[in-house]
Design a protein around this ligand. Structure first.
Ligand SMILES: O=C(O)c1ccc(O)c(O)c1
Ligand SMILES: [Mg+2]
Length: 630
């Protein structure tokens, strides 16, 4: 189906908006009247700008407070409409959205509204214009698409139909299945938007917090499935009023919007038997079997510090790359790679961001299919000249420009470690500490990038998001959102910093952008791991004793058990499934750190209640003069 987006969804002046919309791959654009009024060009020029950008102008909107007016407002409303029809003639627009009346003087009555729309349809027909009637969720008398459709039906005019908008239907919890009863040829346009589930006045929610389908909590997929089942094959158009998007990057928001529509059409194609071919087929969402490796960019000068930390954590050198300055460190199922090449991608990442994670390798069922899906959803493929002995491993750009590589069990890619690395035996192995796998990867980014990356991950991979939580940092709030699969083999936490003084905010400033801020490893016995680390000279993050007094009281812990936590600086949490234990390294370099966790009995969370105390300890650690003597 053809896709479009309303100008109101994008930041900037009209030309910036149009350029971003065209670049993102949309076929058309809805001109929101205020964007036209605010811009200094004639309607003819604006129409030409749209077409020169390669876009169709599919809707002019909104026309307000029309139906059910008493005189003299009624006659005024028709005069206003005629003026807008003149304007549309110049713009080259043939569909106008009339939204349901919100005026306190408007009168109810389905037949009165139908008669008004019929007359408007008659006048519009003379100009080759069609009227799409939309029920606003806060319309005075009409606030339900079923009533809007009944009015359009009774207007009984070929130039009068309805415009359906997922926000208005779903925010009022109207069953979208009721759309299935509307004939497709009377649906003139479909607008799509999602929104978070926040208990708030609907007008305020709509004008400030709408977001792209898949970014919020509304069942937009069921809405579009119902639309598709009618046989509708017209425009799918995004209409997103969002304060953050208005101030964001026009190109990023437009690209996210396009991705959200492609993803939505793909979901509907799979779940609605009555839907036709909505979009070109692509592989289904990709199941991630695990994190195969994490690669750090470093230099000869910075690598020794990092490697000292890895050894203290029990990692052992296990291989050297056949043609690059790349070393593999291993423990349990964890593969960490340190890249000190003086050129190429990792070096460029080092120059821009400093020592840190530049690449994550995911184990998937089919690496080629993963790349195909990612590209169909607008991800950027990455390629670099191969050196002798190197495999071709599909990769895309991810958070902060870092890479995501895809490995699978096929004959080539399953042998990457044997083919690309020469095994070595560590000459100075540290103690065994019992880390078995990567539990999660935490990526830190500015808050206004969070929805983009959320959509990126959830649209490509078979994952779900959990509700966003606020984490209190001594200098502000950090929002945290989890993306995970059912199997627990792929867990990410996205942390969005709203200000530059929080630990997360300073990390973004110091690393010049979004990046992995910590890696969490799993152990099966946190106490044994903590003892072994300590014996090997690893200095963990010191947590305030006040914290342990509180957890002891809060969970009714056995005092001896609480003393062990206290002595080893192990944080504790519990949910209805089980228990969680956490231990942290101090910050390394630009604010990167490691976490070690143990999950007992199916604990589902990530220790969010502990985050403020961990952050406070890290902040103290970074400014040692604040550490109280003990
Ligand atoms: O918020 C509004 O007024 C408004 C206007 C036009 C629309 O299409 C809409 O969904 C909302
Ligand atoms: Mg709308």
């Amino acid at each position: 189906m053809k896709t479009s987006i309303a100008t109101v969804s994008i930041s900037g002046e009209l030309p910036d908006k149009l350029a971003a919309i065209a670049a993102a791959g949309f076929d058309g654009v809805e001109i929101f009247e205020n964007d036209f009024l605010a811009y200094d060009a004639t309607p003819r020029e604006v129409g030409r700008m749209v077409r020169d950008a390669g876009l169709e102008l599919n809707l002019f909107q909104p026309f307000r407070d029309f139906e059910g007016m008493p005189e003299p407002q009624r006659a005024r409303a028709f005069d206003r409409a005629e003026r807008k029809f003149d304007l549309m003639g110049e713009l080259g627009a043939d569909l106008i959205l009339v939204c349901s009346n919100t005026s306190s003087v408007s009168l109810g009555g389905i037949d009165r509204a139908a008669a008004d729309l019929r007359e408007l349809g008659e006048r519009a027909a003379k100009r080759g214009i069609r009227i799409g009637f939309e029920a606003l969720a806060w319309g005075r008398h009409v606030n339900d698409h079923r009533d809007a459709w009944e009015i359009a039906r009774r207007a009984d005019h070929p130039n009068v139909g309805v415009i359906l908008d997922s926000f208005h239907t779903l925010s009022r919890k109207i069953d979208p299945a009721t759309i299935r009863a509307i004939p497709a040829d009377r649906i003139f346009l479909v607008q799509l938007a999602d929104a978070p589930l926040i208990d708030m006045d609907l007008l305020y929610l709509s004008r400030h917090f709408r977001n792209m389908p898949g970014e919020g909590d509304l069942p937009v997929r069921d809405f579009l499935a119902a639309v598709a089942a009618t046989g509708y094959d017209g425009w799918l158009s995004l209409e997103i009023f969002n304060d953050q998007f208005r101030g964001g990057s026009a190109r990023q928001i437009a690209a996210d919007g396009h991705r959200s529509l492609v993803y939505l059409m793909d979901q509907v194609r799979r779940c609605e038997p009555a839907a036709g071919e909505l979009a070109p087929p692509m592989p289904d969402r990709i199941a991630v079997e695990g994190i195969e490796f994490v690669e750090f960019a470093a230099t000869r000068e910075t690598a020794p510090g990092l490697v000292r930390m890895l050894r203290a954590l029990g990692f052992r050198e296990a291989g050297r790359h056949v043609s690059r300055q790349v070393t593999l460190y291993r423990q349990g199922d964890i593969n960490l790679v340190v890249n000190t090449e003086p050129e190429g991608f990792a070096h460029a990442a080092y120059v821009t961001h400093g020592t840190g994670v530049c690449d994550i390798g995911l184990r998937v069922e089919d690496a080629a299919a993963t790349l195909a899906r990612a590209e169909a959803l607008g991800a950027k493929r990455f390629g670099q000249t191969r050196r002798p002995g190197e495999l071709e491993i599909p990769a895309i750009r991810g958070v902060g420009g870092a890479l995501l590589h895809f490995l699978d069990g096929g004959p080539e890619l399953s042998r990457v470690w044997e083919v690309e690395f020469t095994p070595v035996t560590d000459v100075a192995p540290g103690a065994e500490v019992g880390l078995v796998r990567i539990d999660h990867v935490a990526q830190t980014m500015p808050h206004d990038e969070m929805l983009s990356w959320l959509l990126f991950y959830t649209s490509i991979f078979r994952t779900r998001k959990t509700p966003m939580v606020d984490v209190i940092d001594p200098s502000g709030i950090v929002r945290s959102q989890v993306i995970e699969n059912d199997e627990g083999t792929f867990r990410l936490t996205l942390n969005g910093a709203e200000n530059a003084r929080t630990l997360a905010g300073r990390f973004i400033a110091d690393t010049f952008g979004s990046a992995v801020q910590h890696l969490a490893f799993e152990t099966r016995d946190i106490f044994a791991t903590a003892e072994a680390l300590r014996a090997g000279g690893f200095e963990g993050l010191v947590i305030s004793p006040n914290y342990f007094d509180d957890v002891e009281a809060r969970f009714g812990l056995d005092p001896e058990f609480a003393d062990r936590l206290r002595a080893l600086h192990i944080l504790y949490d519990r949910d209805e499934h089980g228990e969680y234990f956490q231990l942290y390294s101090p910050n390394y370099g630009e604010g990167f750190f490691f976490e070690i966790v143990e999950r007992r009995g199916g604990y589902r969370g990530y220790g969010a209640p502990n985050a403020p105390f961990r952050i406070a300890a890290q902040t103290r650690h970074a400014r040692p003069r604040n550490v109280p003597r003990r």
